[in-house]
Design a protein around this ligand. Sequence first.
Ligand SMILES: Cc1cc2nc3c(=O)[nH]c(=O)nc-3n(C[C@H](O)[C@H](O)[C@H](O)COP(=O)(O)O)c2cc1C
Length: 328
Amino acid sequence: MSTRISTPITQMLGIEHPIIQGGMQWVARAELAAAVSNAGGLGIITALTQPTPEDLRAEIRRTKELTDKPFGVNLTMLPAITPPPYAEYRQVILDEGITIVETAGNNPKDHMPAFKEADITVIHKCTSVRHALSAQKVGVDIVSIDGFECAGHPGEDDIPGLVLIPAAAEQLDIPIIASGGFADARGLVAALALGADGINMGTRFLCSQEAPVHDNVKRAIVERNETDTELVMRQLRNTTRVAKNAISAEVNKRLAAGAEFPEIRELVAGKRGRAVYETGDLDAGVWTCGTAQGLIHNVPSCAEIISTITSDAAEIITGRLNSLVVSA
Ligand SMILES: Cc1cc2nc3c(=O)[nH]c(=O)nc-3n(C[C@H](O)[C@H](O)[C@H](O)COP(=O)(O)O)c2cc1C
């Protein structure tokens, strides 16, 4: 019999285990999301990895062919010189009958009426309690709270999960998913203890068998430790946690010397990051990776990741933690 940890979010999302694979640019495609969903977690495909809304439609259909379990679509709203056609991507999400959306990057208020009309469960991912409260106010169903440890955009407050998660739990009325720095059962148990109802992971699933990225990337994550990431673009208030490499060092060197965005634009271009995942050239560009890599020592399947986390978590709760409780 497999172990299950049931929480309010497993019920809300119709999943077996309280483990979510967050949206990941260039990585969260059909095969990864379907593998996570088939293993009883929630897989999420990233809308903007698809160059056009019609490509997103095809990717959603591809995911449906690979799983009949619930999966979500991530819609990331980040500052852009030419913003993507968000309303068109949203329309595809609605047309294709998606039931779960992860929003991130900005307040999702413009999208909420359409999502609510379609009865979509909205998970909003953000990095501060004040943003979480704003999202709750506009009607999101679940907040994914992303601590300073996370891969990608940790925001500008630098509050690690140990404080951010319980601070959010104290103030929010809706369920919380803990994100940033989670990679194993110890993290899941800690998240539950801190007041969250599940965990969201990026880096752990990036280093899974099904992640559609070059083996060099996975090998690097296994070999490196928690000190091998770097924050870039702090000066531009668009802080991003990436793998430490020649390009991240150059970006920081230029910005420290007073450079403006146009002088680093080419270095941080999305197509260069994409080239890292596709070619395995770890210095082709900046690539997103979190401090959780210090806890990652293998490249398992998504099913192994999820079953190991849940069974080890049950063992920690009923074994070690339980044995510490002494009745007077
Ligand atoms: C390669 C990669 C790409 C990511 N791209 C996105 C993205 O496009 N949108 C988004 O909301 N989050 C993105 N994230 C963040 C993850 O969804 C998740 O919040 C984060 O990885 C959690 O931290 P962890 O890596 O420590 O688990 C990305 C993470 C990784 C590792």
